[in-house]
Ligand binder design. Structure first.
Ligand code: 7PM
Length: 295
């Protein structure tokens, strides 16, 4: 297929955005560090946990390091969205996530993002000082949209086809970018009707969530088409199987592939990149940004 890619030079028109009490300039690239607090999280092997119970100190060691390496956001998630993962109770999710948010807020200068689909967690996280609601279900769960609207925080709506249990069984699209664009048109309309104005919405195509390898590659190649909707775009490809499949590398050997796709997403106009390896990604994006801003 013949496609034309538009590289997006940031313009000053792309305004600053308020995340809780912190303004960020989205003409520059930002890195979001992943702080998983799920015992079964695939990329940290559950190392943040001692016998299934949250080890707050370990999470904070990781959080501090990511901020020192230049993360603008830390994404805190207590529900594994791994394909086939079991669901957790609301109380379990609250117990995992809220203490980490409070501890980060007490000691670090960073925007806390909460990776959740649960209305009660959205509400409690905002109270604990979160600055962004990141929902892989795009506020589709009952009560989530209302809870998010009430916080007045920005929201990141992620696209997923199906649900985590079954999403990788033969996902099908007419046109991957086209279908996802239409999905966001609808979600943004629902958000506006529900009290979340468009200037508080970020979108994320959801790499790996109900997509084949070819879907993921095409989506990245044509990401500029999603960017042209005018909403800030966040992407998460770090350590995912799209890198593992192309390179034939296990999860702990996907950094270089991840840096390549992070830079490609930034060139196409993505402004927030969600990763596990903050320092290397910050350097890659600072370098790419210097090139893009040169005259
Ligand atoms: C197991 C499998 C654990 C997959 C965690 C994951 C995204 C996200 C995740 C994303 C946004 C991961 C995923 N991915 N939120 N949360 N975008 N906005 O690889 O791509 O971290 S969970």
């Amino acid at each position: 297929m013949l496609t034309t890619v538009t590289y997006r030079v940031p313009t000053k028109r792309e305004a600053k955005m308020l995340f809780g009490d912190k303004w960020l300039d989205l003409t520059e690239p930002h890195v979001m560090g992943v702080v998983n607090v799920t015992p079964d999280s695939f990329s940290d092997g559950g190392s943040l946990f001692a016998s299934q119970s949250l080890c707050l100190d370990a999470a904070m060691v990781r959080a501090r390091a990511m901020v020192a390496e230049g993360a603008s956001f830390l994404d805190i998630g207590g529900e594994s969205t791994r394909p086939g993962a079991d669901s957790v109770s609301v109380q379990q999710e609250l117990d995992r996530v809220i203490p980490v948010i409070e501890a980060i807020r007490a000691s670090l200068d960073v925007v806390v993002s909460v990776d959740t689909s649960t209305p009660q967690v959205i509400t409690a996280a905002a109270k604990a000082g979160a600055g962004l609601i990141n929902d892989v279900r795009a506020l589709g769960r009952s009560g989530a949209l209302q809870a998010a609207a009430d916080t007045q925080l920005p929201v990141c709506l992620m696209h997923m086809q199906g649900d985590p249990k079954t999403m990788q069984d033969n996902p099908i699209y007419d046109s991957i970018v086209g279908d996802i664009g239409l999905y966001f048109d609808d979600r943004v309309k629902q958000c506006s009707l529900g009290g979340i104005p468009v200037d508080r919405i970020l979108i994320d195509p959801g790499f790996g969530f109900g997509k084949t390898l070819d879907h993921n590659l095409q989506l990245l190649k044509q990401l500029d088409q999603l960017v042209s909707k005018g909403l800030p775009v966040l992407v998460g490809m770090s350590r995912k199987s799209m890198i593992g499949s192309v390179l034939d590398r296990p999860v702990d050997e996907r950094l270089y592939g991840g840096l390549a796709v992070s830079v490609m997403a930034y060139e196409r106009g993505a402004r927030i990149v969600r990763v596990h390896d903050v320092g290397p990604t910050v350097d890659s994006l600072r370098m790419a940004h210097a090139v893009m801003m040169s005259v």
